[in-house]
Each structure stands twice: as C-alpha cells, then as structure tokens.
Write a protein that binds this ligand. Structure first.
Ligand SMILES: [Fe+2]
Ligand SMILES: [Fe+2]
Length: 363
C-alpha cells in the first residue's frame, strides 16, 4: 500500500473513531482520590468479611499425622517448589511496602496480605516435613540457601505491581487448585496420590489465593476506571513480560517447572487458558492481541494539544461493565461502613468519572 493510501486510511479510521468521545467528569486529582478511597474502603470490608472467614492456622488446620508419607516423587518436587516460592514473603512485602507507604489504604492492605502469605510458607513447610523425606536440619539448611538470595521487584512502579499481583495470585490459585485435584484423584496426569489431608491443605491455601486475586482484581479495576491510560499500558507491559516469582532464585527450578508441566499442575498452556484469559475477562478487557492493538491505537491518538487523550484508552475497555463493577464496589463498602456507624467519617460516595459524547462523523 502506498504512503498516500495509508494516510487516507489512517484519516478515515481516525474520523470513525472520533465519533465517540469520553469526556472526563472528574479532575485527575479527584480520580486519584477516588482510587485511594476505593482501596481503603475495600481493605476495611475485606478485613471484616473475607479474612475472618479464612482464619486458619498452619499448625492446627489439619491433623498432620494423617498426611501420606508414600507419595510419588512428583508430589515432593511440587510441594518443595511451592514452599521455596512462598518462603520469600519478606521480599514480597518489604521493597513494595517502601514504595507504597504513603498510600495509606494500599500500605495497610499490603501488610495484611503479607501476614496471610507468611502463613502459606508455614503451611508448605509443615507439608514438606510431614511428607517424610526431609528432616528439620535439611529444611534449615535449605532455607539458609534460599534466603541467601533476594527476590527483586519485577517493576518499581506500584501501578505495574498491582497487575503483576493480579496475575501472580491467579497463577498460584490455579497451581494449588490443581495439586488439590491430584490429591483428590481428579488430575489424570498425576494419579495414585489420593490424600484427603493434602487435599485439605490445598483447599485452604487455594481459597486464600482466590481471595487475594479477588482483592487485586478490584484494585486493578479501580485503576483501569480512574486512570485508564497508565493502567492499560501497565497491564499490557506486565502481560508481555510476566514470569512467576522466584523463578531465578529457587535451586533446580527447571525440574520443578518440568514436573508442574508434565503433571498438568501448571505450565504455559494452563497459564494462558486459566490465568490470562480469565483475568482479561474479569477486568472487561479484550484478548491479549486486541489489548495490544488497542494500546498501540490509543498511543496514536493525540488530542488537540498534541498530548495523547486519556479517554482513548477507554476504548480498549468495556467501560459500562467496568463502571458498573466499580459502582458496586463502592456501594458494598458503603454498606459495610454504614453498618459499623462509620459512614459519617468516611466518604464512600461514588461519582461517575466519564461521560460519553457522540460526535457527528466528519464528512
Ligand atoms: Fe501465597
Ligand atoms: Fe496470595
């Protein structure tokens, strides 16, 4: 296609896209405040409702004497790998906490989340030891080796880290769910490992990861709604470069990854089918290719002042769906604060951030 035809096509497409504009109803400062208040209110709701329903202790949640001690090698490899990844909790908490400490709600949530994650390390530690192949002395030496290295933040942008955590929480949820299926005799590539105690362990931790995934998804939706250009771009970046935490830190991660893949507990196909696709759908975003294309297109739409219009990124989202869910979030947290008698001291009112304006197409 010649340059002039390309230019004509570009103008035609631009004219077509210009038919609908989203007009900002709130200033950037008001949108930033809405994000802060939304996260704080969500954290208050979460710690009252969700967390109380999952108040288990890693020592007493099961009778550890009933865990089978004759599992296949694959089960040992997987559980030891899960422990190694979860035991980096100090690194998952500390560097990000430094970055977000000024954001009250997010920092409060992050510490509470870290307190739930450290239980996961204890739960897998108990499992590794009670499976019967490793001694406490081995465990101590192993942890010393693991802690000799330090997990680094994959992004030093708090915004990127929300999307990273959405993906990572969903990925851990799926991995633990699949080991639980194996322990219940329902994973065809890892048969013979039926163990109701291991199944219970997996169920407890899967429910935690599902709750974390839920929380980060709500935060991601707030960001997509109130700060669409930065959020959509960050999410596209994270999808493009995501890799699971501790991949480079855990000794013999290759074997761990190979066993996860061979047994169907986790792998590239599972990641795309059970992690990326559900996350995109949950956030009312299109499939990866369309998302990338939307980001590229939005970058090409400058406003009259030459600056890229924020609203261009809203074209990538199913805005009605996102808005409806953000509104529901505010309504639910308002109900919680109302019931607690805190409504007068916490403003949880929701205001729309965007309106749609339809222009007549240019002739
Ligand atoms: Fe975890
Ligand atoms: Fe988690």
């Amino acid at each position: 296609m010649s340059d002039s035809s390309l230019l004509t096509l570009h103008h035609e497409l631009s004219a077509e896209r210009a038919q609908t504009h989203h007009v900002a109803l709130l200033s950037p400062a008001a949108r930033a405040l809405a994000i802060e208040r939304g996260i704080l209110a969500l954290y208050r709701w979460y710690t009252t409702h969700s967390q109380q329903a999952r108040n288990w202790h890693p020592d007493t949640c099961v009778d550890w004497r009933t865990l089978r001690r004759d599992h296949a090698d694959e089960v040992h490899t997987i559980v030891e790998g899960f422990f190694a990844v979860e035991q980096y909790t100090p690194d998952y908490v500390l560097p990000l906490l430094r970055l977000i400490r000024r954001a009250y709600g997010r920092a409060q949530w992050h510490m509470r989340w870290g307190a739930e994650e450290e239980k996961h390390a204890d739960l897998w530690r108990n499992t590794v030891l009670c499976l019967g192949r490793r001694s406490e002395a081995w465990m101590e030496a192993h942890v010393a080796t693991l802690r000799g290295r330090e997990w680094q933040l994959p992004w030093d942008s708090p915004l990127h880290m929300v999307f990273y955590q959405v993906i990572q929480e969903r990925a851990t949820q799926v991995s633990y769910l699949n080991l639980g299926l194996a322990a219940s005799g329902r994973l065809s590539r890892l048969e013979g490992g039926q163990d109701s105690t291991l199944a219970r362990v997996c169920q407890l931790i899967t429910t935690d990861e599902a709750a974390h995934y839920y929380f980060f998804t709500e935060v991601a939706r707030l960001l997509l709604y109130y700060d669409p250009d930065a959020a959509v771009t960050a999410f596209a970046d994270v999808l493009r470069h995501f890799s699971m935490p501790a991949r480079d830190l855990v000794p013999d991660y290759e074997t761990f990854g190979r066993v996860l893949h061979a047994t169907g507990v986790f792998g590239r196909a599972v990641h795309y089918r059970d992690v990326v696709q559900p996350v995109l759908s949950q956030l009312s975003l299109p499939a990866v290719r369309a998302l990338e294309e939307g980001v590229r297109r939005a970058r090409e739409i400058p406003g009259d002042d030459g600056v890229i219009r924020t609203s261009a990124f809203l074209d990538v989202l199913d805005l009605d769906a996102v808005e409806s869910k953000v509104r529901t979030l505010f309504a639910r947290t308002a109900t919680h604060l109302n019931a607690a008698g805190l409504a007068e001291t916490s403003d949880t009112s929701w205001e729309p951030a965007w309106s749609r304006r339809v222009d007549t197409p240019r002739a």
